[in-house]
Design a protein around this ligand. Structure first.
Ligand code: HEM
Length: 124
C-alpha cells in the first residue's frame, strides 16, 4: 500500500516519472468508469425502472463536476498515451520533457473548453 501512495509523491521525482504516475492513475480511473458505464447499460436488461433508477443518480447538475474530472482523466490519458507511443517509436525522444509539457497544456485546454461547453449547453 505504501508503494501506491508513492504514485502521488512529487518531491524529488522527474517530470517523466510524475507523468507515468498520472498515466497509471488516469488509466485506472477510466477502467473504473468503463466498468460502471457498462454496468449501467447492462441494467437495462433487468427492466427499464432499474435502468432509470441508476441513470437518475448520475444525470443531475450536482454530478457534473464528476463528468468534468472524467474529461480531465480522459484527455490526460489520451494525450500522454499518444506521447508515450511517439517516444516508444523513438520519435521526439530528445525533446521528451518539452513534449510532456505540451501534452499537459493540450490536456488543460481541452479540459477547460469541454467543461465550458458542458456547462453552457447541458446545464440550463
Ligand atoms: C486515446 C486512448 C488511449 C491511449 C492513446 C492510451 C495509451 C496508453 C499507453 C501508451 C499505455 C502504456 C503506458 C506505458 O507503458 O508507459 C496505457 C496504459 C494504460 N491504459 Fe491506456 N490508452 C487509451 C485509452 C485507455 C482507456 C479507455 C482505458 C480504460 C478503460 C485505459 C486504461 C489504461 C490502463 C489501466 C493502463 C495501465 C497503466 C499502467 O500500467 O501503469 N486506456 N494507455
Amino acid at each position: 500500500m505504501e508503494r501506491v501512495w508513492k504514485w502521488f509523491a512529487i518531491r524529488g521525482r522527474s517530470v517523466n516519472s510524475i507523468a507515468y504516475s498520472f498515466h497509471r492513475i488516469t488509466g485506472i480511473v477510466l477502467l473504473i468508469y468503463l466498468i460502471l458505464h457498462l454496468g449501467f447499460l447492462t441494467s437495462l436488461r433487468f427492466g427499464e425502472s432499474l435502468y432509470t433508477a441508476f441513470i437518475s443518480t448520475t444525470v443531475k447538475p450536482e454530478t457534473l463536476p464528476l463528468d468534468s474530472l472524467l474529461f480531465l482523466a480522459t484527455f490526460y490519458h489520451a494525450f500522454n498515451g499518444f506521447r508515450v507511443v511517439l517516444n516508444e517509436f523513438g520519435l521526439f525522444y530528445e525533446v521528451r520533457r518539452a513534449l510532456i509539457y505540451l501534452m499537459t497544456l493540450l490536456t488543460l485546454i481541452f479540459w477547460i473548453y469541454s467543461t465550458y461547453l458542458m456547462y453552457t449547453y447541458v446545464v440550463r
